[in-house]
Design a protein around this ligand. Structure first.
Ligand code: DP6
Length: 325
């Protein structure tokens, strides 16, 4: 009754921003991501008869509170799939996701937990089923089931049965790189969950955001298939800016950007003017991720490191999907 799984985090090129159902996590738009090899979570789950409650350890530390509740609620869901198993589990997770890098460790975390817990309970799930379960832990996590590029199809059913990620291109399709730019000011006042809700409920720009998605998706998928770096970068950067624009229209308005966030964005645009194709994308926090091609690695890294307020630059390649250890 035990299993260990490893899952990598992912960065959205077309963002998931807005839910139509908060309980089972159904999004208002399709999203598309790139799985990263540098950042991952390894999770070991063991179901045992002698446990009176679930136990959750993160990097060898006992976790209680809200984070613990999210994990047990998710284990309840997996137990439900296994003929309502009544056994509790001991869960050990190890994060190779520098929290400071601003990557949502919840994506790799829930993907690894879903894979290990379902395997430990003897469920033999397809990737599609696994993605559907993972989605209910954290939306963006459902894309981490796959390596390379994955699209989360929002679905139309009320029960979420058609809302899951599908593979778009594999890990070895295309060697593009991502630099995670770590800033000294990393405090984040609004969680992605709260930020999304506030935007959906109050931003007049939200409709424009949702309406613009199908065209972005169509174009970026063509760009990925043709390995057209400029096209993919341009669409990803513009899509990120549109997502962040919705937050400025919310009531009360908010932004995830800091002054250094803007400096990094401007530096990336300046690199382009100087002939180096590089593009940025930003999730629900101040840190910036920069897409670049392998031949420009040195130049991109050096330029980003020299920006005042940048404390670290962590490089990553395209990563693989969930694996069992
Ligand atoms: C801005 O997946 O963290 O990173 O479903 O509420 O857990 P929940 O939200 P989460 O949101 C991620 C939002 C984003 C964009 C993206 O990854 O697509």
């Amino acid at each position: 009754m035990k299993a260990t799984a490893k899952a990598h985090t992912n960065i959205a090129l077309i963002k998931y921003w807005g839910k139509r159902n908060e309980d089972i996590i159904l999004p208002t738009n399709n999203s598309l991501s790139l799985t990263l090899d540098g950042f991952y979570t390894t999770t070991k789950v063991e179901f045992r008869d002698d446990l009176k409650r679930d136990l959750f350890y993160l990097n060898d530390q006992v976790v209680e509170g809200v984070q613990y509740q999210r994990v047990t609620k998710f284990l309840d869901l997996v137990r439900g799939y296994a003929q309502n198993s009544t056994m509790y589990a001991e869960v050990h997770s190890f994060n190779e996701v520098p929290t400071a890098a601003g990557f949502a460790s919840s994506a790799s975390g829930f993907a690894a937990l879903a894979a290990a817990a379902s395997r430990a309970l003897g469920l033999d799930l397809s990737n599609q089923e696994l993605s559907k379960i993972t989605r209910q832990g954290s939306g963006s996590a459902c894309r981490s089931i796959y390596g390379g590029f994955a699209e989360w199809q929002k679905g139309i059913e009320l029960d979420g049965s058609d809302s899951y990620a599908v593979p778009i291109a594999s890990q070895d399709h295309w060697d593009i790189r991502v630099a995670a730019v770590v800033l000294s000011a990393t405090e984040k006042k609004v969680s992605s969950r709260d930020g999304m809700r506030r935007t959906v409920e109050s931003s007049p720009f939200f409709k424009g955001w949702v309406d613009s998605i199908p065209e972005d998706l169509d174009q970026i998928k063509k760009g990925i298939m043709e390995k057209d770096f400029e096209r993919v970068g341009e669409i990803a950067e513009a899509n990120c800016l549109k997502m962040h624009a919705t937050t400025l229209g919310a009531k009360p308005p908010f932004t995830y950007w800091h002054d250094t966030t803007l400096s990094v964005m401007q530096t990336v645009q300046k690199m382009r003017e100087e002939g180096i194709p590089a593009y940025f994308t930003i999730d629900a926090g101040p840190n910036v991720k920069v897409l670049y091609q392998p031949e420009n690695e040195e130049k991109v890294q050096e330029t980003l490191r020299n920006i005042p307020g940048v404390t670290d630059v962590i490089l990553s390649r395209v990563g693989q999907g969930v694996t069992y250890l």
